[in-house]
Design a protein around this ligand. Structure first.
Ligand code: F3S
Ligand code: F3S
Ligand code: ZN
Length: 155
C-alpha cells in the first residue's frame, strides 16, 4: 500500500478554492435533522444535498453538494480532489465523480469549465463501492482535509 507521510506535501495536492473547507462532521449519522437523506447516487445514499452549510470561517459554502455514502462517507463540501483516498484504498471503493471509471491522484477532471466550476468547484471522490470497504481507515487517515468518515456497520 502506498503511504504518504508529510502533511505539507499532502496539502499541495488539493485544488485551490474560494472557501475554507471544514472536516466532515463525524457524528452526521446521528443528526438526521442537520443531515437528512436527500437522495441516492451510484447505489449509495446522499445526505444534506441542497442544504446551505457554512465553511470553517462561518461563511456559506458556494456549493450545496452534501455527503455521499454512509459507511464510507465523503463530504463533497470538504473534498478538494486530493485523490490520495483512491491511491490507498485496497479495494477500489472510490472513483472520480466527473471522470467516471478513473481514480487516483492527479487524475481528477481539471480545470473545470465554468458550468462545472459553478456547481462543484473541484472534482469529487465518490464512494461507489462502499459495500466493499474493509474498514482499514487508510482513506480517512490520509485525506488532507478530513473529508472522509468511516463507520463500521453491522451487516
Ligand atoms: Fe477528496 Fe480527500 Fe479523497 S480531498 S479526493 S476525499 S483524499
Ligand atoms: Fe477503502 Fe479502507 Fe477507506 S477499504 S474505503 S481505504 S477504510
Ligand atoms: Zn455519490
Amino acid at each position: 500500500m502506498q503511504v504518504r507521510q508529510h502533511a505539507n506535501w499532502l496539502t499541495q495536492l488539493v485544488r485551490e478554492v474560494d472557501y475554507k473547507p471544514k472536516p466532515i462532521d463525524g457524528d452526521f449519522l446521528n443528526k438526521p435533522d442537520e443531515y437528512p437523506i436527500t437522495g441516492e447516487h451510484e447505489g449509495h445514499k446522499v445526505r444534506a444535498e441542497g442544504k446551505q452549510r457554512n465553511d470553517a470561517e462561518g461563511k456559506p459554502y458556494p456549493t450545496k453538494l452534501g455527503i455521499h455514502g454512509t459507511q464510507v462517507a465523503v463530504d463533497w463540501e470538504t473534498c478538494l480532489a486530493d485523490g490520495v483516498c483512491m491511491d490507498v484504498c485496497p479495494v477500489d471503493v472510490f472513483q472520480w465523480h466527473l471522470k467516471p471509471g478513473v481514480k487516483g491522484t492527479g487524475n481528477d477532471l481539471w480545470p473545470l469549465n465554468s458550468e462545472l466550476h459553478e456547481r462543484y468547484r473541484t472534482d469529487k471522490s465518490d464512494p461507489i463501492r462502499e459495500k466493499d470497504c474493509i474498514f482499514c481507515r487508510a482513506c480517512e487517515i490520509q485525506c488532507p482535509v478530513q473529508a472522509i468518515k468511516i463507520t463500521e456497520m453491522s451487516q
